[in-house]
Unconditional design. Structure first.
Length: 428
């Protein structure tokens, strides 16, 4: 089936889904959640085949971690669906309403976007997250996963379709389709040029994928950015707390888009903080340092001998600043003040997530006001930039643009509005 045929089928399904009540959609989603749970063995077996192939092809451990599904992650997928099911249906919500002097009654109401496509890498959980959010918000969705997750995505789609069929008349099985990845990416080109067939497309993955979609799409794009995220340790920071935050933000899931890729340190606390940072990381992260921070870490005598030998400190190349490593690597730079930190972040980040460690309230508020990113933290890890952590259940991705949606995207990110106007014979 061609992309054109698939999209026409999705449009027909979306028209049917648009008539379903919140109760009907919730019933269908609950049946899907039950089917995913019941088919977990088959899903994990399919995922193992993907992991084995990816490992044989030399995929890094950080990226393998993004690809992996196990019992705990299946439980997480089901729990995320339950959160979405429990949320209020946004469709039909009246966002504004008024009467005009001519007697017209105007209401602005929330409606689905229509047919949405998502192009994503690894992360088979996105298959379910994207479907769930699209279905709850009355949209049909075309899923285009990566070849590295092909078996996992097919197993998840089979469970989704099984659940929709089990829901009987409440399930619209045609509202989701999976596009088989072509080696030459011709299917991606077909999606990006499907004018009149796809209402918007979302890229979710690395910088190369996102750049390709943004530059070549002829249909509307909701851009989800790569994550070049920063942590700034201010001169008033609690240095122990800052070291813990840095450790979490870099190590917990280094392949995630909300992991930090650069640590900026105020020059007044660099000599005191950097040994604490190195000790907390304990050789697990390669620190690519500017000349000043390299000198401080290399000369430090405060570190235990074992940590000192394992600290993995190297001089940074210029390309290391403003680079998304997606690995156990982090750039380190010393700055003179908060103004330099803000300026550096705004010129090197992807406007995703940034954090400041500080006990100076004025600096905290200035940082949040001046840093031009979707999520700006004070004294917290950037790893919280996530739909689940924000209470959305699932997420479509993290939007780094400013129009339509920004930050973690939940149900409402897949809606738009239209005006409903009632009159009684008025003419102009």
């Amino acid at each position: 089936m061609t992309i054109t045929d698939t999209c026409k089928s999705l449009h027909a399904a979306q028209s049917a889904l648009a008539l379903h009540t919140a109760a009907q959609k919730n019933h269908a989603l609950r049946c899907v959640a039950e089917a995913i749970s019941a088919n977990r063995s088959a899903i994990i077996t399919a995922n193992k085949a993907d992991l084995d192939a990816a490992r044989a092809n030399g995929m890094s451990e950080a990226l393998l971690e993004r690809l992996m599904l196990d019992e705990k992650r299946i439980d997480g997928i089901v729990q995320s669906m339950e959160v979405v099911i429990s949320q209020e249906d946004p469709i039909g919500e009246v966002t504004a309403g008024w009467n005009t002097p001519t007697g017209l009654s105007i209401k602005q109401v929330r409606v689905p976007l229509g047919v949405v496509a998502i192009i994503y890498e690894s992360r088979p959980n996105v298959t379910v997250d994207a479907f769930c959010l699209a279905y709850k918000s009355g949209n049909a969705i075309l899923l285009r996963g990566s070849s590295s997750a092909r078996n996992s995505n097919l197993a998840l789609l089979a469970a989704i379709q099984q659940g929709l069929k089990a829901a009987g008349s409440d399930g619209v099985s045609g509202a989701v389709a999976l596009c088989e990845p072509e080696a030459d990416h011709s299917d991606v080109t077909a999606i990006l040029t499907a004018v009149g067939l796809i209402d918007c497309v979302l890229p979710r993955g690395g910088a190369k994928l996102i750049q390709n979609v943004v530059q070549n799409a002829k249909i509307p794009v909701i851009e989800t950015g790569a994550g070049i995220c920063h942590l700034f340790v201010d001169e008033s920071a609690d240095l122990e707390k800052a070291a813990r935050i840095a450790e979490n933000a870099k190590i917990q899931r280094p392949g995630a888009c909300n992991a930090i890729e650069c640590i900026l340190v105020h020059k007044a606390v660099a000599a005191a903080f950097l040994p604490k940072l190195s000790a907390a990381l304990n050789g697990r992260v390669e620190l690519r340092c500017d000349e000043e921070s390299y000198g401080l870490l290399s000369a430090s005598t405060e570190l235990p001998e074992q940590a000192a030998t394992a600290r993995r400190v190297v001089r940074a190349a210029s390309a290391d600043f403003g680079f998304e490593f997606l690995d156990l690597i982090c750039a380190v730079k010393i700055v003179s003040d908060i103004e330099e930190a803000v300026s550096y972040i705004n010129s090197h980040s992807t406007h995703h997530s940034e954090s400041i460690c500080t006990n100076n309230r004025a600096h905290a508020r200035a940082f949040q006001a001046q840093v031009d990113s979707a999520c700006v933290y004070v004294n917290a890890s950037t790893r919280f930039t996530d739909g689940g952590e924000f209470g959305f259940g699932a997420e479509l991705g993290i939007s780094t643009q400013k129009l339509h949606a920004r930050g973690p995207m939940g149900i409402k990110a897949l809606t738009t509005t239209k005006f409903l106007i009632d009159g009684d014979g008025q003419v102009r």
